[in-house]
Structure formats: structure tokens, C-alpha cells
Design a protein around this ligand. Structure first.
Ligand SMILES: Cc1ncc(COP(=O)(O)O)c(C=O)c1O
Length: 431
């Protein structure tokens, strides 16, 4: 029974059409309320102001590189270093905001987290039997990166004992002649479920990876969007052996159009400085053929904002985090109000941060159901099944509260509740 779960793993490309399908539904039903996308709220986008901080960065860059101001502008307008030009400022921000103290030389600035994930998969999984371990369900970005590189994902069951589940997934892969090389994790406010992994799980996974010599790819786009509960240390902070690659992004704290993210590499890989150096070189070589370098103009915007904010984004994002907290609360309240008759059957989690929560229904919710919600109830939602690494049916639905306004959230939850009520009525009529 257990092995069946891991046997059901999809080939990586098989759920990728889902994103297109959902974009298509959004286009076909433009009036539908969308809880489907993980877009940040636009209320605090401040691009005009952020652009005006670019000269601040140009001064900083001129000073650091002993250039004239003119030469600094010109250098930023040129092709640039593949590893990027704002690693010093990112390192300061990580120390101020995430308690991560690192060597700026270990940072590669990327075109969002997505490029970091893609480069990492390509650099780590180089042999035909190399695979990725990922918790099921997982963010679609890793599924896409794996598919692009023709790498299989070994799914790790989330329910029950996570550490036993990962050991099981690993053994199963090994028995099939595969060699898991990379463990992809979003420990803090995961997409799609919003889960904040416990400290025991974090340390347990770290120990497992060290024992098996698997690199961890720790993806943390939502860590700063915390509403309540205590911040738990990242895996990178806890890693003394050199097995964690940390990815961050400015997509959720500033805006996604910047396409600026980064990866932070360990100083040594499983104790070896030489391996860490050659791994960095492999990544840079790959990046140099994919994007040459991350747009220096976009880096200058991020750099300018970081300088203007004295190195930390906490002050800048506080109002946005407050807004997301209100939106989460509005969604939770609306769920209580509109599912008051079905509290035994319909359940949901209460995420302490991030953009998503998950509603669990008493029936499986498929892509066809998502289409029905859009067509007949004017609300767009994401089946958790669409993030699944297996072919299992799933009764869960991901609702994103980040983008819709609070009034719209109320209305959208009402519409979704009508779909659920009608489906439950149909079910009881047919028995
Ligand atoms: C878990 C996770 N990782 C990575 C990304 C991609 O981030 P970026 O815009 O930096 O490529 C997202 C975006 O939604 C995400 O949810």
C-alpha cells in the first residue's frame, strides 16, 4: 500500500498543462473572482519611487568599485558579471531580515527564484538516474524545472510522519536504481498549502539530507510575510555541513516584474570547499548561457531600494503584511460564515503567513470542478491535485487571498460555498 504511493509518481511533465489550463479559464471567464493566482497585492507597489532610488545605487556602485559616477552608470548599462552586482546588499538584507549571516561571495543573483531552481536542478542532477525528492504536493516551478532537465521527482508524502515518509521515498527510489540528489523544500508558508514546517521537521530533514548526502534546495519566497507565530530558523542557518542551497526573491516583497531573485550557496559542500567552488562555477557557467546576467537595471532598482531602506525590507513591507493578514482573516471569516452549515464536512487550515490556504472538501476536487466553478459560479480556484506529484485524487482546494480585495474575497468565498453546497445536495439526492 505504501509503496503504491511512490509508484504512482507522475512523469514530471504530466501536470504542467495545468498552468495553461488555468490561464485559459481566467481568460474565458474574465468576470470570475480569482483565488487561483499567487499574485502579490498591488496596493503597495511603488515603482515610480523605487525607480527614483536607482541613482542612489549608482553612487554606491561607483564608490565600491572606485568608478566615476558616469562610469558607474555606463557599467550598469553594459553586459555584466554573471553573478550579479548586488550581492553585498542582499547579504546585508539576509542578516537584517532573516538572521542569515553569509559570505556575499556565495550569492548568485538570478532572474527570480525560478531561474535559481532551474540552474540548481541542472547542476545537481547530472547523471541519468539522479532524481529530486519533493514533498507532495509541491510548487509547480520545481516540477517544470525537473521536466526541462528530464529529471524524475520522487514524491514524499506529507501526511503522517514526514521523516518516515522521506526515508520511505528514498528507499523506494534507491531500490528502483535511482539516486536522489536534491531535496526541494519550501519550509515556510509553502505553496500550495501555506504550511510552516515545525522545527523538528526542519532539523530532521536536514539530518536526513546530511546522512544521505543529498543537497537541499530551500525556497523561501514567503518567509517575510508572517502574520503570527514565531519565526523558525531556516535550514540554511542550521546547516553546518554544507548541504543547503537557499533561494530568495524580491517578487513578493517588492514586485514580480523586477525578476530579481538569488541563490545562496554553502561555503563548503559536505565539508569540501573545493566541491563548493566547482559547484558555483558550474552554476555560473550555466547561467552565463541562459541569461548572461540578471538585468543590471533591475538589480539597480532592488539595490537602490535596499540602500534607501538601510539594508532591511521590514519597514517597507510592514503595511503589505498587515494587508495580507486582514485578507487572510477576511477569508477565514467568510469561510466560517458561508460554511456554517457544513463545519463537519468542510475544513480549512489557518496559515500563519504567505499567500495561500487550503480548504478540504468531502469529495475529490478536479480540474473539471475548477472549470465548473469558473463557468457556473464565477470563481477561480486551484485544485491541490494540480500540484500533485502523483495521480491521486485530492479533496483539497487552494485559495489564494493575496490579490483579491477584502470585499471581493467575501463574495468569492460565497460563490465557492454555493458550488460546494450544490455538489453536496446532488450527492445526497443521488444516494
Ligand atoms: C514557492 C515558490 N517558489 C518560487 C516562486 C517563483 O518566484 P520568482 O517570481 O522569484 O521566480 C514562487 C512564485 O509564486 C513560489 O510560490
Amino acid at each position: 500500500m505504501k509503496a503504491m504511493y511512490v509508484e504512482e509518481a507522475l512523469r514530471p511533465e504530466s501536470n504542467l498543462g495545468v498552468m495553461n489550463f488555468l490561464n485559459e479559464i481566467a481568460e474565458r471567464y474574465p468576470k470570475a473572482i480569482s483565488f487561483a493566482s499567487g499574485r502579490p497585492a498591488e496596493d503597495f507597489f511603488s515603482l515610480e519611487q523605487w525607480l527614483s532610488s536607482v541613482p542612489h545605487f549608482v553612487e554606491h556602485y561607483a564608490f565600491r568599485n572606485q568608478l566615476s559616477r558616469r562610469a558607474s552608470w555606463n557599467k550598469i548599462s553594459q553586459y555584466g558579471q554573471t553573478k550579479g552586482i548586488i550581492a553585498d546588499l542582499i547579504a546585508n538584507q539576509l542578516a537584517a531580515d532573516e538572521d542569515i549571516h553569509c559570505d556575499e561571495e556565495r550569492i548568485i543573483v538570478t532572474a527570480g527564484c525560478q531561474e535559481a531552481m532551474d540552474l540548481c536542478v541542472g547542476a545537481v542532477c547530472r547523471n541519468p538516474n539522479d532524481t529530486i525528492l519533493a514533498i507532495d504536493p509541491s510548487y509547480i516551478g520545481i516540477t517544470g524545472a525537473a521536466a526541462r532537465h528530464g529529471v524524475r521527482i520522487n514524491p514524499v508524502r506529507r501526511d503522517g510522519d514526514l521523516l518516515a515518509n522521506i526515508a520511505e521515498a528514498y528507499s523506494f527510489a534507491e531500490a528502483g536504481g535511482e539516486r536522489p540528489r536534491l531535496l526541494y523544500l519550501v519550509p515556510t508558508f509553502d505553496n500550495p498549502t501555506g504550511t510552516d514546517m515545525s522545527n523538528d521537521e526542519r532539523t530532521g530533514l536536514l539530518h536526513f539530507a546530511i546522512e544521505k548526502k543529498i543537497l537541499i534546495l530551500e525556497d523561501n519566497p514567503y518567509g517575510m510575510i508572517r502574520f503570527d507565530g514565531e519565526r523558525l530558523p531556516s535550514l540554511y542557518e542550521q546547516d553546518n555541513d554544507g548541504c543547503v542551497i537557499y533561494c530568495g526573491t524580491f517578487s513578493k516583497t517588492l514586485c514580480p516584474a523586477l525578476r530579481v531573485g538569488f541563490m545562496l550557496l554553502p561555503n563548503k559542500i559536505f565539508g569540501s570547499h573545493a566541491d563548493a567552488t566547482s559547484f558555483g562555477a558550474v552554476l555560473l557557467e550555466a547561467k552565463s548561457f541562459v541569461t548572461v546576467n540578471t538585468s543590471q537595471i533591475c538589480q539597480a532598482v532592488v539595490g537602490g531600494v535596499l540602500l534607501a531602506e538601510n539594508g532591511s525590507l521590514k519597514r517597507l513591507i510592514t503595511p503589505a503584511v498587515e494587508l495580507y493578514r486582514h485578507k487572510r482573516d477576511r477569508m477565514l471569516q467568510s469561510l466560517c460564515d458561508h460554511f456554517s452549515d457544513n463545519r463537519q464536512d468542510v475544513k480549512w487550515n489557518v496559515p500563519s503567513g504567505g499567500f495561500f490556504l487550503v480548504v478540504t472538501l468531502p469529495f475529490a476536487f478536479s480540474m473539471e470542478d475548477a472549470e465548473i466553478c469558473a463557468r457556473e459560479y464565477n470563481v477561480l480556484v486551484m485544485p491541490v491535485a494540480s500540484f500533485s506529484l502523483t495521480q491521486r485524487l485530492d479533496t483539497r482546494v487552494r485559495l489564494s487571498f493575496s490579490y483579491a480585495t477584502q470585499e471581493v474575497i467575501e463574495q468569492g468565498v460565497y460563490r465557492f460555498s454555493r458550488f460546494v453546497h450544490d455538489r453536496l445536495l446532488q450527492r445526497s439526492a443521488s444516494v
